[in-house]
Design a protein around this ligand. Structure first.
Ligand SMILES: Cc1cc2nc3c(=O)[nH]c(=O)nc-3n(C[C@H](O)[C@H](O)[C@H](O)COP(=O)(O)OP(=O)(O)OC[C@H]3O[C@@H](n4cnc5c(N)ncnc54)[C@H](O)[C@@H]3O)c2cc1C
Length: 522
């Protein structure tokens, strides 16, 4: 094996693991260096109180790529699902909840017209999302100066949009340019239904329902086919860490070496080309190719250094928008919480607190000015209902995304964390009276905590906003959307690249293909 063919991957997030597996299968000598004590990055399961385990960042699987699952044989490597195709329950404090099963309203009252509108809306959104889904495993085409592959990529993208047909294509363009608040207002009457649908357009993003890009964010969220169901949502058995463990097993079985507790402090250069990395403690490792699963800013400005990059490029990387807005709540509970008038059989579904789009917009207002919401919107799961590996018998784990908590919160993070935990518990208590008394232990992670624990600059869900200016061939920044960075031999493979965040694996697969393609004679 020549040194040129040796590959170092910085970070064993799920994308780093996917990338490692594909490159090892292609015969490369692959070494993955992970700073944390375990693999998985933001897709891990960890114990947060004695006997209680939780998916510590990502908690639901809806984007995991089916091609990757099949090619890397994740089922053979141990991946199972405790539950597929979860329903969504739009919680109402007084108990008139809506139960949604895809396009079907299974329980709850809405004006009659909303039933048909929901079917049409879901069908259309899934068609639009499919256009994005088709781009997941493709390298974004270069806008200018590309070759044949770029022309073909651009043609395929145009064709996917054309295939929608004239009317749908117009509608796609129209709604992509407005916001989810207006789209839902045009379509439905029920505020509760609109609230539940709006939340998917803002989760994890620095957006309110009235923000531009909220339709794009929604379509991105719907663009997967977890466990074969378009837009479906699943729970891996053993939590999201089980996805990463299966990917690590696939990478190892293909010959990749994984080293945890290995923090890269510097990417080293030999002239204009990468030569390897330096670790905390001074150890140096050489490789002809270095691929970073860390976010773009950490990789390019931190590990490589702005001095090795052209000024205009550095400017673009510095302005990559990546400030997190979502907090994560974990509760260890001594019993199953009783949500007002919600049958216990539905407690294990995906529960939302988002009573209407204006509520979510108001919750965002606080965060715009550096404060956590006084009445946040929540996506709640109780995975232990389906998965007994997560909590002692009869006890439960609650995992919730709490939107909104800004990265640069004005108060000290200790004060903000304590106050936001209190706010969130009080809100939950309104929907599930008595829940407070069931809490054995709690943990709330603000974006600043996510940055520290998971080494994601800004603590952002996608390593950076998913907005039209940071999408496809503009992600992370123009001139670096094809995974190769402006320094020879250096690549990115994480959520900061196309097609963005969520536990999907496509960025890792695409980056591996870019590395292999670069070795082909032109
Ligand atoms: C609060 C929250 C909730 C979310 N919920 C969901 C959800 O329900 N479903 C979903 O699909 N997605 C969800 N996401 C998004 C998802 O978790 C991420 O987009 C995804 O995990 C990113 O994967 P990645 O492999 O690209 O990067 P990461 O998982 O961030 O992995 C990067 C790895 O690089 C390592 N690293 C960084 N710097 C160094 C260094 N110098 N040396 C060595 N190693 C280094 C890190 O430790 C980390 O392991 C959520 C995200 C957040 C923040």
């Amino acid at each position: 094996m020549t040194e040129r063919k040796r590959v170092i991957i910085i970070g064993a997030g799920h994308n780093g693991l996917v990338c490692a597996a594909y490159l090892a299968r292609a015969g490369r000598e692959v070494l993955v260096l992970e700073a944390a004590g375990r693999v998985g990055g933001a897709a891990i399961t960890r114990e947060f109180a004695p006997g209680f385990r939780v998916s510590a960042c990502a908690h639901l699987s809806y984007l995991l790529d089916a091609t990757i699952s099949r090619e890397l044989q994740l089922a053979t490597h141990g991946l199972k699902f405790a539950r597929t195709d979860l329903r969504t329950v739009a919680l109402a404090a007084a108990g008139e909840h809506l139960v949604l099963n895809g396009a079907l309203l299974e329980a709850g009252q809405v004006p009659p017209a909303d039933h048909a509108a929901l079917r049409d809306y879901r069908t259309q959104m899934l068609r639009f999302a499919r256009v994005l889904g088709k781009q997941h495993n493709r390298r974004p085409p270069r806008i200018a100066g590309g070759g044949r592959a770029d022309l073909l990529g651009a043609a395929l993208l145009a064709l996917d949009i054309r295939r929608l047909g004239r009317d749908s294509m117009r509608e796609f363009m129209r709604i992509a340019a407005i916001n989810i608040f207006d789209v839902l207002d045009e379509t439905f009457e029920s505020p509760l239904l609109k609230g539940a649908l709006a939340l998917d357009g803002v989760l994890g993003a620095q957006l309110g329902p009235r923000s531009n890009n909220s339709v794009l964010a929604l379509l991105h969220r719907l663009s997967g086919e977890a466990s074969g169901v378009p837009g479906g949502v699943s729970l891996p058995e053993g939590g999201m860490g089980a996805v990463s463990d299966a990917l690590a097993a696939a990478a190892r079985s293909s010959g990749a070496s994984l080293r945890t507790g290995a923090t890269v402090t510097r990417i080293t250069l030999d002239g204009e080309r990468v030569s390897g990395v330096e670790l905390e403690g001074g150890e140096r490792l050489s490789a002809g190719t270095v691929i970073s699963n860390a976010d773009p800013s950490r990789t390019l400005l931190g590990l490589l250094g702005a001095q090795h990059l052209e000024t205009g490029f550095v400017h673009r990387v510095r302005h990559f928008r990546a400030k997190g807005m979502a907090a994560k709540l974990h509760l260890a509970l001594e019993g199953l919480p009783a949500f007002a008038r919600l049958p216990a059989a539905l407690a294990g579904e995906r529960l939302l607190i988002a009573p209407d789009p204006a509520y979510i917009e108001r919750a965002f207002d606080h965060a715009k000015y550096g404060r956590c919401s006084s009445e946040p919107a929540l996506e709640i799961t109780l995975p232990s209902v389906h998965d007994h590996t997560l909590a002692p018998a009869g006890r439960h784990v609650l995992s919730a995304i709490v939107q909104y908590a800004p990265y640069d919160v004005r108060a000290s993070s200790e004060a903000a964390r304590a106050a936001f935990l209190e706010t969130t518990l009080s809100l939950l208590e309104r929907y599930a009276p008595g829940l407070r008394q069931q809490v054995v232990a709690s943990e709330l992670l603000l974006p600043i905590d996510i940055e520290r624990e998971f080494r994601i600059t800004g603590g952002h869900w996608h390593h950076g906003e998913l907005s039209i200016d940071q999408f496809l061939m503009l992600r992370p920044v123009p001139g670096a959307a094809q995974y190769a960075m402006p320094v020879n031999g250096l690549y990115l493979c994480g959520a900061g690249c196309h097609p963005g965040g969520g536990v999907m694996g496509s960025a890792g697969r695409n980056a591996a293909q870019a590395v292999l393609a670069a070795e082909q004679p032109t």
